[in-house]
Design a protein around this ligand. Structure first.
Ligand code: 13P
Length: 253
């Protein structure tokens, strides 16, 4: 059976001390009361990774970066490479987040370089896709998602899928308080799974975890996670409060 996963994307929030405090709280609640059948991942900012990695029980809480460079090493001022992330103990890296695509102009060529470097440097990838409001309203969401995946993760050999988690994050639901309805989430997750099956066969489609992201909270996670093709969540705002985050972890039936 595929894994159930809840990942917290802290985005550009928290000073180092605040991040440490949050990680300690999450780690404590993860040990005390989190559903043992759910993998928990936290994605703090780069500068927190090393410290936070030392504080969490790595058998229970896994560590992700939010981004990595599109080059292996060298004169790229301000960038952080996949190898550096691996060296501070990151297990995962988020690639293809809509905020990176929109604000930092990351196109599929750049995303493919990042995916390759992440995998080559022993990191697993949480790869995001999702449509904007205009695309949804003009009924182009299926086409948009298919293109986003076909030109990136679907170019990978099957063997890499042990290291790939997909996340559907409709842009209109991110940080807006507007969540996709459970039906909308299920419809797209089922569609994504059918695309994996077309490209790689049913077994791989059934084994690949697909997370939902976009205004997910303890109050709506149960309904969203109850759907057959939703394997968990990629959480933004609600991942910044330990109780809420673990509340979401505990939202599977
Ligand atoms: P919110 O949960 O704040 O809407 O953010 C979702 C997200 O972008 C996670 O990557």
């Amino acid at each position: 059976m595929r894994k159930k996963i809840v990942a917290g994307n802290w985005k550009m929030n928290n000073t180092l001390q605040e991040g440490i405090d949050l990680a300690i709280d999450i780690n404590k609640l993860a040990a005390e009361k989190a559903d043992k059948n759910v993998d928990i991942i936290i994605a703090p900012p780069y500068i927190h990774l090393s410290e936070v990695g030392k504080l969490i029980d790595r058998d229970r809480v896994l560590l992700s970066a939010q981004n990595c460079a599109a080059e292996q090493k060298g004169a790229f001022t301000g960038e952080v490479s996949a190898e550096m992330l691996w060296s501070v103990g990151a297990d995962y890296v988020i690639i293809g987040h809509s905020e990176r695509r929109a604000y930092y102009h990351e196109d599929n060529t750049i995303l493919n370089k990042k995916i390759k470097l992440a995998l080559d440097n022993n990191l697993k990838v949480i790869f995001c896709c999702g449509e904007n409001l205009e695309q949804r309203e003009s009924n182009k969401h299926f086409e948009v998602i298919k293109k986003q995946l076909s030109e990136t993760v679907f170019t990978l050999a099957k063997e890499y899928y042990d290291s790939i988690i997909l996340a559907y994050e409709p842009i209109w639901a991110i940080g807006t308080g507007k969540t996709a309805s459970p039906e909308q989430a299920q419809e797209i997750h089922k569609f994504i799974r059918s695309l994996i099956a077309e490209n790689y066969g049913d077994n791989l489609a059934n084994e690949t975890s697909i997370l939902y992201g976009g205004s997910c909270k303890p109050s709506n996670a149960k309904q969203i996670f109850a759907n057959a093709d939703v394997d968990g969540g990629l959480i933004g705002g609600a991942a910044l409060k330990a109780e809420d985050f673990i509340g979401i972890v505990n939202s599977f039936k």
